[in-house]
Structures are given as structure tokens and as C-alpha cells.
Design a protein around this ligand. Structure first.
Ligand SMILES: [Zn+2]
Length: 544
């Protein structure tokens, strides 16, 4: 332990030496920032000297102070007010980058973990507790808006205090320094990768860190003017001095549209609209000591995954979607629940949504190649492997009640969902219907039916669905038909047909009191009834 910390201390000193030669202003100014409660990491940040090396846990106020003492005689060793060991937090980042700002080193001594390691261990535990399987993650950070105000006030304070000194140029207080958010990301990612044994990247598994500070927020809200008709800051801006700020504020908003709450973004907007002089009046510097740390909330979520395939429905008493009327279930089960719940359980998602390319009535079987569907599973704990997807399929296909079977089940991208929605209009469907006619059909009847090619029909909304669909007239195409007599029976026929999606087949057979024209009945000049209907194929180019 002792050797590690002395090695770390040497590293901390070399970071400071590099900063002193490259970007630090005169050291009395550095010392002044330290004395008004700015943490070492924020000091390095504000002077453009922040790098991934700054995660070094020996980089403390104490080390910086002794470095300053050695290099500037005007800085006193003893009784310097910035060395008081009270529990205050950085007046810019409120302790987000360094905890109680003198004490990162001390924490390390007690249990061998730095503050940052502690946070990543907390995150890693939260991820494990939720049961997530993770090999890549992305990190979303949301910080209290007061940090933006603090930083701007600190810069303006420096400008007021040192603006007349020769060394003070924009170069020494760069506008494009690293933000607290970027700095925190740089601190936490390596530690988190190690703790979670996972890589940081642009992944669908997102860890969100939400830092809040209720006292600071309350104070900020009481300071901010609340009328909306304020002059924009840009109107009274003096060019290059502040243009960097504008750019910065905008970029915060752009990159974090999803992570900033509405109330926070209102505060950011209001801050943007405040002129520099006004801001200096509102935020007195040096500020009061900050004695409470930020509250950190950790949450994780995974973007939805999609598992698609085709289903067969072998029962005439199972609906496609869960169908409950007045607390009473229609049919014995639903395709939606049988498949959706099977998929959800294996990937341990919070919930699922079932999307199918079209639907069939409860009493219609879905046979042949099956109907394309997608299950969208929300916030899964693990993404199923190809083998696990096969296991889901086997489980559904081998279930005791053979209501539903699945084919070609696989993990697919969300683009299939878009394709499925858009492709719905183009697809064709094939059916097999058992029909009855009021007279026995002749060979000529059968031939004339079978000669049908791309026949256009007009369908008014069927009577049986009028209560839930608006009354419309639609053109549909019957692509082809074949009809054959059922052996050893009179008046019973098997009708095979291929139609444009969205055709009401039952109505096309019996004519729906003339609302569908032509119909099998009108073509044959007799009564025609449909006894049973099966979908035998759904033509689509994907999920084959
Ligand atoms: Zn800080």
C-alpha cells in the first residue's frame, strides 16, 4: 500500500509539473482558486490541463498546496486557510469530481478504494442486483444545472480579478476546457470497465448517473429571474469573449437532449439568457462553502430487442391477441401471450409487445409458412444467444397444448419492425376455405372460378365489424382461385385462393348481403356459405 501511494504521489506531482509548465497561470492565481474552495480536478480543468491521468487519487488539495509552496515563496506553509480540513465540497463541481475535497486520499487509506472506484463498484453492484448480463455499456450522465452557473461565475470572477494582469488572456483561461461531465466520464469509465469486466461504447445497455443537489437547486431557482420575456444574452454580448460560452451551452443541450429533464433545460435556457454582469451579481464569488454533497442515483435500462419469426395457429379457439371482454377471456389462449411470454421469460425482460403482420379471426387457423411476427421485449436482462432462441422455439413447439407453433425464430434488428409496418400493404395471402353452395356446381362452374386472375372486387366494411370499424368502401384484388369438390359429398367444396392483404374472405364467399361484389355467391348465382377458413400462406420478403 505504502509503495503504491508514493508512486501515485509521484504521478500526481508530475501531472502538476506538466500543468505548471504548459497551462497554469502564475501560481498565486492557482492558489487563490484553491483557497476559495475549487477542487484540484476543477482547477486543472479550468486551466485546460485535465487528462485521463487526473484520475490519480493522490491528486489532492494537500499535494497541490505543497507543490505551490515549493514553487512560490509567497505561499505560506502554515495556517493557510485553504488547508482547513473541514468537510466542504468543491464550489464549482459540488464534489462530483472530488468528494469532500481534501479527502480522496484519506478514503483510499481506509479501504483501498478511491472515491471513483467506490462509485463504479456501486454501479457494478446495481447492475448485478438487477440481473443484467453486460459485455458492453454506455454511460449517460446528468448533472445539476447549477454546475454550469458555478463554472461561468468562476470564470467571470477570474476575469474580474485578473483581467488587468498581463498573464490573463483567453489563452490562460481557455473557453474550450473539459466540462465536468466529460471529466467525470474520463474518471469513471476505466474504473467501471474494470469493475464490470465490460467495455464502454455506444451500446444499447445504458447506465445513467443522475446527480442532484436539492439545496443548490433551490438556491439557484430563487436567484434566477422567472420572467420569460428576457433579452437574450447574445444581444448584449461582446464578441469573442463570450462566444465560446454560447457554443458550449448549445453543445450541452444538443448532445444530451435525452438526459436533460424539462425543468433542467428550462434552467439552462434561463442561464443562457442572463448577461455576464447580471450573472456576477447573482452569483457572488467566492461563494459560500458547500457542506452537502450531490445525491447520486444510478439506473440502467436496455433498449428493446426484437425477436421475430412466423407463427402457425392450429386452433380455432385461440385469438391472435389477448382478447378479454368484461373480464371474460374470449377463446382459450392467445398467440400473443403464448409466444410473447415465452420470449420475455428467457431474456428476462420487463414486458413485451407483440406485433404481427396482419391478423386472422379467432376461428381461422394460420397454416402453411405461417404469419410473420415480432416480439419487442423491453429492458431485457440478457440478450439471448442463437441457442437460447432455439430453446424458446422448442419450448413453444413442444408445449402440451398444440395451439401455436413458431418457425424461423431469430433475433432481428428494429428495422424489421419498420419493414413489417410498411410492407403490410403489399403482401398477399393464401387461404383454404370449406364452403357450401345451395346447388351442386357443374364442371363449367368450377372452371369459371378457376379461370379467375387478378379480379378486382369492392368491399364495404362487413356488417360483423361495423360496430368497431368505420364504414368504408375498399377495392381489393383476388389474384387467383381454385375450387374442388369434397369427395363423397354434394354441395361441399374446398376453395383455395390468393388475395391482396386486407380482403375479407368470409364476406367474399357469401357476399355480405351485397356489400361485397362480386362474391362467390354472385358469381355462381346461388347461396354460398363459408364453414371453415385457414390462412395457408402470408407472402412477405422477410422472416421467411
Ligand atoms: Zn471540482
Amino acid at each position: 500500500m505504502a509503495s503504491t501511494s508514493s508512486a501515485e504521489e509521484a504521478e500526481a506531482r508530475s501531472i502538476l509539473e506538466r500543468a505548471a509548465t504548459s497551462s497554469f497561470p502564475p501560481l498565486h492565481a492557482v492558489h487563490h482558486l484553491l483557497s476559495v474552495g475549487v477542487c484540484v480536478r476543477c482547477i486543472l480543468r479550468l486551466f485546460g490541463a485535465y487528462s485521463s491521468a487526473c484520475s490519480c487519487s493522490s491528486l489532492t488539495a494537500l499535494v497541490l498546496h505543497s507543490f505551490l509552496e515549493e514553487h512560490d515563496d509567497s505561499i505560506k506553509k502554515e495556517s493557510c486557510q485553504c488547508l482547513s480540513t473541514d468537510d466542504s465540497y468543491c464550489s464549482v463541481c459540488l464534489g462530483v469530481l472530488l468528494p469532500a475535497y481534501h479527502q480522496d486520499n484519506e478514503t483510499e487509506m481506509t479501504d483501498g478504494l478511491s472515491h471513483i472506484d467506490k462509485i463504479s463498484s456501486m454501479i457494478s453492484q446495481a447492475v448485478k442486483r438487477e440481473g443484467y448480463q453486460v459485455d458492453e455499456f454506455s454511460l449517460e450522465i446528468s448533472l445539476p444545472p447549477v454546475l454550469a452557473a458555478n463554472e461561468r461565475a468562476a470564470r467571470l470572477y477570474m476575469k474580474q480579478k485578473y483581467g488587468n494582469e498581463n498573464w490573463f488572456k483567453d489563452k490562460t483561461l481557455p473557453q474550450q476546457t473539459m466540462s465536468v461531465k466529460e471529466a467525470l466520464r474520463l474518471l469513471i469509465v476505466p474504473s467501471l470497465e474494470k469493475q464490470m469486466n465490460a467495455k464502454h461504447g455506444n451500446n444499447s445497455f445504458r447506465i445513467r448517473l443522475t446527480y442532484t443537489h436539492s439545496d443548490a437547486l433551490q438556491k439557484l431557482q430563487s436567484l434566477l429571474p422567472n420572467d420569460n420575456g428576457r433579452k437574450r444574452k447574445t444581444e448584449s454580448r461582446n464578441g469573442r469573449d463570450t462566444s465560446g460560452e454560447t457554443h458550449k451551452t448549445n453543445s450541452i443541450c444538443d448532445s444530451d437532449k435525452n438526459t436533460i429533464s424539462e425543468s433542467d433545460s428550462f434552467i439552462y435556457k434561463t442561464l443562457e439568457g442572463i448577461r455576464d454582469e447580471e450573472l456576477c451579481n447573482l452569483f457572488q464569488w467566492p461563494p459560500e462553502k458547500v457542506s452537502k454533497s450531490c445525491h447520486l442515483e444510478i439506473s440502467c435500462v436496455r433498449s428493446p430487442i426484437y425477436i421475430g419469426g412466423r407463427y402457425l395457429k392450429l386452433s380455432r379457439n385461440v385469438s391472435q391477441s389477448c382478447w378479454i371482454i368484461d373480464d371474460e377471456r374470449m377463446g382459450e389462449a392467445s398467440v400473443e401471450e403464448i409466444i410473447g411470454e415465452g420470449v420475455r421469460a428467457i431474456c428476462r425482460g420487463d414486458s413485451y409487445k407483440f406485433h404481427a403482420a396482419g391478423r386472422e379471426d379467432i376461428d381461422v387457423r394460420m397454416l402453411g409458412s405461417g404469419r410473420p411476427f415480432l416480439v419487442e421485449v423491453l429492458n431485457v436482462r440478457s440478450i439471448p444467444s442463437a441457442i437460447e432462441v432455439q430453446q424458446i422455439a422448442e419450448k413453444i413447439n413442444n408445449s402440451e397444448k398444440k395451439y401455436v407453433r413458431v418457425r424461423n425464430l431469430k433475433l432481428v434488428g428494429s428495422e424489421i419492425w419498420t419493414m413489417m409496418r410498411e410492407g403490410e400493404a403489399e403482401k398477399q395471402k393464401q387461404y383454404a376455405a370449406l364452403i357450401w353452395t345451395s346447388r351442386e356446381l357443374t364442371e363449367t362452374d368450377l372452371q369459371s372460378i378457376s379461370l379467375t386472375k387478378d379480379m378486382e372486387i369492392i368491399q364495404k366494411t362487413p356488417i360483423r365489424v361495423l360496430h368497431r370499424r368505420s364504414p368504408l368502401e375498399r377495392k381489393r384484388t383476388i389474384h387467383w382461385m381454385e375450387i374442388e369438390k369434397v369427395a363423397d359429398s354434394s354441395n361441399y367444396y374446398l376453395l383455395l385462393l390468393c388475395t391482396q392483404a386486407g380482403t375479407y374472405i368470409k364476406e367474399f364467399v357469401h357476399g355480405d348481403l351485397g356489400r361485397t361484389h362480386p362474391s362467390i355467391g354472385s358469381m355462381l348465382g346461388c347461396r354460398a356459405e363459408i364453414l371453415q377458413l385457414d390462412v395457408t400462406d402470408v407472402k412477405m420478403d422477410f422472416l421467411q
